[in-house]
Design a protein around this ligand. Structure first.
Ligand SMILES: [Zn+2]
Length: 81
């Protein structure tokens, strides 16, 4: 039971992180190598070591919204049945 509880906390954490990013998109950027959302101060991507980033705030918001909605849909549909 501790396993599913941990998973819920992780989902909430993702949604919260997404909301924070949407509030301040200038503080973040998107890795062009793997689509990760990184803080604006990152020099290279910790996932794929790319140094090419998309810093457009609108793009950052779109990615963050995707992250948040993905966290929500996985709770609703699959847990209903
Ligand atoms: Zn990357």
């Amino acid at each position: 039971m501790s396993h599913s509880h941990k998973n819920d906390a992780h989902m909430a954490d993702r949604a919260e992180r997404a909301a924070k990013i949407i509030e301040q998109p200038e503080e973040y950027k998107i890795c062009e190598g793997c689509d990760s959302i990184l803080t604006a101060g990152a020099v290279t991507c910790p996932n794929c070591h790319s140094y090419r980033f998309d810093t457009d705030p609108q793009t950052v918001v779109t990615h963050a919204q995707l992250l948040g909605s993905r966290a929500q849909t996985s709770v609703t549909r699959e847990d209903l049945y």
